[in-house]
Design a protein around this ligand. Structure first.
Ligand code: SF4
Length: 401
């Protein structure tokens, strides 16, 4: 039997240092021997997952972390090869690697590009060296500019940059400077995130102890508004709450061609597989996360259970019931601020009209001008209004099971 999974996420759980705001499943350092064992275990998990699922077609691979480039490029390329042998990777599949400026040479970038990686997502975060130091990033602004130049020279024609806004004491002018510097580099895609104070992070402790002011929501809204307007003026299409892609003549409701194909699979609530320590996925109505610590992950895979989910953390396993699936379909789909949620697809998936299932939530959103119906040639769709993009959490809560 062939199962439907469209996307494969591979987690590489190491970083050189830990950023002040980071709550991801990542570990500083990592001995070479541990990384080598991890690489072998991950290859094995890929092979076993491909076999267990019947070698299904795959549209995307995404190497995330951590910092995937803490593994040598040759090992990342070997992982791509392993995926090709275990799954039916489509010839035009999107293969993304997240990388930090300063962690890759031109030679490394060429090796990745020639090895089948065709999209690079660079964690630039800021073009202000004081802000970069505050975030505990290892690179400076020039290293970010160099990384973009080298990625282009290596043949990457699909390049995404991440930026963070609403840093303590960051002014609107400083944020606009970061946006303009990013635009000067002509990225194909931009992901912009407001700084979040996650529990357990150094940032959280420092805010708690009063050393750093908590981020201000009104300032965040002003910065977000300035990003929406600036990027629209520069020809970028805002297609997801935090993501923009260079436009190519798409009409008002269409997601641009340069949107992240991998993340679209998440937002369209389609099945994906996550492999590696702490990775999670959802396949055939089941969802789980692998154990988080690399050592535990390796041990589970080496123990040789030879089945899908051999490294899963049992506490995280769940079967997704219909109400949860419907709610998640809305929470994810409404993030897509252009295409929104198709009424026809919703009723085909769940056998109930969208307008019937979420009548109250939709009416409240329409009354407050946070939601709107649009009717492109593909049929009725529900999406956030411009105002709704600023108050997305308030809208989403209405759709929770
Ligand atoms: S580089 Fe990314 S994953 Fe690594 S510590 Fe910084 S934010 Fe976390």
């Amino acid at each position: 039997m062939t199962n439907r999974v469209l996307a494969l996420y591979l987690h590489i759980p190491w970083c050189v240092t830990r950023c002040i705001y980071c709550d991801f499943n990542t570990y500083v350092g990592g001995e070479d021997t541990l990384k080598a064992r991890y690489h072998v275990a991950l290859q094995r998990e890929i092979r076993e997952a491909g076999a267990a699922l019947g070698h299904p077609p795959l549209d995307t691979i995404f190497f995330g972390g951590g910092t995937p480039t803490t593994l040598p490029p040759g090992q990342l390329v070997e992982l791509v090869e392993t995926v090709k042998a275990a799954f039916a990777l489509r010839p035009d599949a999107e293969v993304t690697v997240e990388a930090n400026p300063g962690t890759l040479s031109l030679v490394d970038l060429r090796e990745l590009r020639q090895g089948g990686v065709n999209r690079l997502s660079l964690g630039v975060q800021s073009f202000n060296n004081d802000e970069l130091r505050f975030l505990s990033r290892l690179h400076d602004a020039d290293a970010a500019r160099r990384a973009v130049e080298q990625a282009r020279a290596a043949g990457f024609d699909n390049l995404s940059l991440d930026l963070i806004f609403n840093l303590p004491q960051q002014t609107l002018a400083q944020w606009q400077f970061n946006l303009q510097e990013a635009l000067r580099l002509l990225p194909d895609h931009l992901s912009l995130y407001s700084l979040i104070v996650e529990p357990g992070t150094r940032l959280h402790r420092q805010v708690d102890e009063g050393h750093i002011p908590a981020p201000d929501d009104d300032v965040a809204a002003d910065m977000y508004a300035s990003a929406i307007d600036t990027l629209a003026g520069a020809g970028y299409v805002h297609y997801e709450i935090s993501n923009w892609a260079r436009g190519n003549g798409e009409t008002d409701w269409q997601t641009p061609r340069l949107a992240s194909a991998h993340n679209l699979i998440y937002w369209r609530n389609q099945p994906y597989l996550g492999l590696g320590a702490g990775a999670f996925g959802t396949v055939n109505g089941e969802r789980w996360m692998n154990v988080k610590r690399p050592q535990d992950y390796i041990r589970r895979i080496e123990r040789g259970k030879r089945r899908l989910g051999a490294a899963r953390d049992e506490k995280t396993y769940e079967q997704i019931d219909r109400d949860t699936a419907m709610s998640e379909h809305m929470l994810l789909g409404l993030r897509l601020v252009r295409e929104g949620v198709s009424a026809a697809e919703f009723s085909a998936c769940f056998n109930i009209l969208l307008q019937e299932r979420y009548n109250e939530a939709i009416n409240r959103g329409l009354e407050r001008d946070l939601l709107e119906w649009i009717e492109p040639p593909t049929g009725l769709r529900l999406r956030l209004t411009r105002q709704g993009r600023f108050l997305a959490n308030r809208v989403m809560v209405e759709f929770m099971a």
